[in-house]
Design a protein around this ligand. Structure first.
Ligand code: SF4
Length: 407
């Protein structure tokens, strides 16, 4: 006789299966201006302006625009020494006209001098281990000897040391930002184009920083393919645990693209790790205006219960039992209440399943019978009202509970 095997539930994360809130990995706090990454602080939202940093006015305006909508650390790119010097003016203008927005400067190819200059004006410098000491790949190379590997390692140490000392002495931070697409040739030869190579690349830089007693580090291991990025971050966590390191992680999927798929791809990568407690700061990289990235970051964090920056709406998908135009009503309810950050509001099509599935919402708007809806406070049915007065009565109920604020 054919028997169906009973399913085995495997807990793939380190959390107990009964846990319904995310238990975050313990990390050391790393200060970036007035913002702290890690150490149990809320997951920090970042984005990056796409203005040329030499355009001081444009950059200042873009930084302010991003900061006003919730970007807590703003990244700027610094491809040359002139760009690094421009940051002095940018910082000054921000302080004079707005406030000292925490800035992170991105330094790439052979960026030692640039990094040293820009470290005077920003709170955090991001370096890419694959590019910081850039050795042009040799197309005919067939092997990398230990001696060659160590020689470059020594060169990296010499080049990194002044930057580390500067950041350490100023109490500033560094992101060691590994990218799958720009691993150094010697890492590719030694570890292959693999998450392991990414992790070793980060560890090499971490060890240099630690030897100079500098630990204000944030680590990232971005890739454009979600499974690669997931493995790299998980492996990093494992290696850090083995080595007794507790550096916070910056999560992101590079080149995620645009539109719906770009958002889903970013969410698949960032959200999966956050759900396992991994990650202290995030950036959603979209091929769109940077302002578009911030709502996606907040939606990921809100959906996982990591930050509450808007009203949480619970709504059923509607079905044959639905007693009103759900889409329209949800829209009306949202328009009337979207400023009440912190509340959970449910809009459910019928009383058959609605009240049971409102997921502990603070208030519920539930189809009762044709033309009527019921308002709930938690699980308690408060009153039945004509559908035409539903939204108004919901507002009255919230007001009566003293939980209303004017938009
Ligand atoms: S709550 Fe009611 S109307 Fe909504 S999907 Fe469930 S059964 Fe259908």
């Amino acid at each position: 006789m054919f028997t169906i095997p009973s399913p085995t539930i495997v807990n793939t994360s380190s959390r107990p299966l009964s846990e319904t809130t995310i238990v975050r990995r313990k990390t050391r706090p790393v200060r970036v201006g007035h913002v702290t990454i890690g150490g149990g602080h809320p997951v920090v939202v970042q984005s990056m302006i796409n203005e040329d940093t030499l355009d001081v006015e444009g950059s200042v305006a873009a930084i302010i625009r991003l900061h006003k909508i919730g970007c807590e650390i703003v990244r700027v790119t610094v491809p040359s020494l002139a760009h690094a010097k421009a940051l002095s003016e940018i910082k000054q203008k921000l302080v004079e006209t707005y406030l000292a927005v925490p800035l992170a400067a991105d330094v790439h190819h052979n960026g030692m001098k640039i990094a040293l200059e820009v470290a005077k004006y920003v709170e955090k410098v991001r370096i890419n281990p694959g590019l910081y000491v850039f050795e042009k790949p040799k197309p005919n190379r067939t092997e990398y000897t230990h001696a060659e590997f160590d020689d470059i390692g020594e060169k990296i140490r010499e080049t990194l040391e002044p930057l580390v000392v500067s950041l350490r002495d100023q109490g500033k931070a560094m992101r060691i930002g590994v990218n799958h697409g720009s691993l150094a040739e010697r890492m590719l030869f030694t570890y292959g184009d693999t998450p392991e190579g990414m992790v070793e690349s980060a560890l090499e830089f971490i060890r240099i920083c630690e030897s100079l007693d500098f630990r204000n580090l944030v680590i990232s291991l971005k890739a454009s393919r979600v499974p690669v990025m997931l493995t790299a971050y998980r492996l990093m966590v494992q290696r850090m645990n083995e080595l007794g390191m507790d550096y916070p992680l910056h999560l992101g999927v590079t080149e995620a693209g645009d539109g719906e798929y770009g958002r889903i791809k970013s969410t698949a990568g960032i959200g999966t790790l956050l759900a396992d407690g991994i990650g202290d700061t995030i950036r959603v990289s979209l091929t769109e205006a940077p302002e578009k990235e911030i709502p996606v970051c907040y939606s990921i964090l809100q959906a996982l219960g990591l930050r509450k920056t808007m009203v949480e709406y619970v709504a059923c998908p509607s079905c044959g039992r639905t007693l009103f135009n759900l889409e329209e009503v949800l829209h009306k309810v949202r328009e009337a209440t979207k400023h009440l950050t912190g509340l959970d509001i449910a809009v459910m099509g019928c009383i058959v399943n609605g009240p049971g599935e409102m997921a502990d919402a603070d208030y519920g708007y539930v189809g009762k019978q044709p033309g009527y809806i019921s308002l709930y406070r938690g699980k308690e049915e408060i009153k039945k009202v004509p559908e035409s007065q539903g939204v108004e009565e919901l507002i009255n109920l919230i007001k009566a509970d003293d939980r209303w604020v004017d938009p």
